[in-house]
Design a protein around this ligand. Structure first.
Ligand SMILES: [Zn+2]
Length: 206
């Protein structure tokens, strides 16, 4: 024996399906049979949601997935801490890691461009009620500025300072809500989302 034995690493290819709730599920996930178990109780369903990430998969733990462990960690870090993975339609941060993994996989493997869509927007698209949903989100975002309006109409000369102050408080509050609750109240995000919708989704059969 010359000792040149080569180890051929075989990687597990992920492959995806979307369940009736719009959740992306990896068929190569080691917990896949539990994910597709029919007639789950609400508790089991909740439990499944928390399991629905690469971090619970043995292929992540053994580092034999198509996605190296370090890449998965980086994706997860970016999902939580950066603005890289946000809903194209409303700016919400994407809650489900596998939604992002699927997008990256399709892009890398098949050069397919996939939009990132949060579960709420997905729901509204499916029900063909995106316009209503969008209007609701837009009013919510505007509503946050009411303290600024009130401070502008008060009769004292300090009102400009007050208005500026409350404007900054509102912006900071919106940042905190987006970071911790993954919910975007930024008008800019919504306007960009609306343009994306008009360009890619309007009048298309879903
Ligand atoms: Zn969204």
């Amino acid at each position: 024996m010359n000792g040149n034995k080569k180890y051929i690493m075989t990687f597990i290819e992920p492959s995806f399906e979307i369940d009736e709730k719009g959740r992306v599920i990896c068929q190569s996930h080691s917990n896949y049979p539990q994910f597709i178990k029919p007639e789950k109780t609400p508790f089991e369903d909740m439990q499944m949601e928390t399991q629905l990430t690469c971090k619970t998969c043995t292929h992540y733990k053994n580092d034999d997935c198509f996605f190296p462990k370090a890449d998965i960690d980086k994706i997860e870090f970016d999902r939580i801490n950066r603005t890289r993975f946000e809903c194209n339609l409303c700016g919400n941060k994407i809650d489900r890691m596998l939604t992002i993994i699927q997008k990256i996989y399709l892009e890398e493997k098949f050069q397919m461009k996939m939009p990132l869509i949060c579960c709420s927007c997905y729901e509204s698209l499916k029900k063909k009620k995106f316009d209503e949903y969008f209007t609701k989100r837009f009013w919510e975002a505007l509503f946050f500025y009411t303290p600024v309006l009130f401070s502008l109409v008060n009769p004292y000369p300090t009102n400009l300072i007050l208005a500026l102050g409350s404007f900054f408080v509102v912006i900071i509050l919106k940042f905190i809500i987006k970071q911790y609750f993954h919910y975007s109240l930024f008008l800019m995000d919504l306007i960009k989302g609306k343009r994306f919708y008009d360009k890619h989704f309007r009048d298309k059969p879903r």
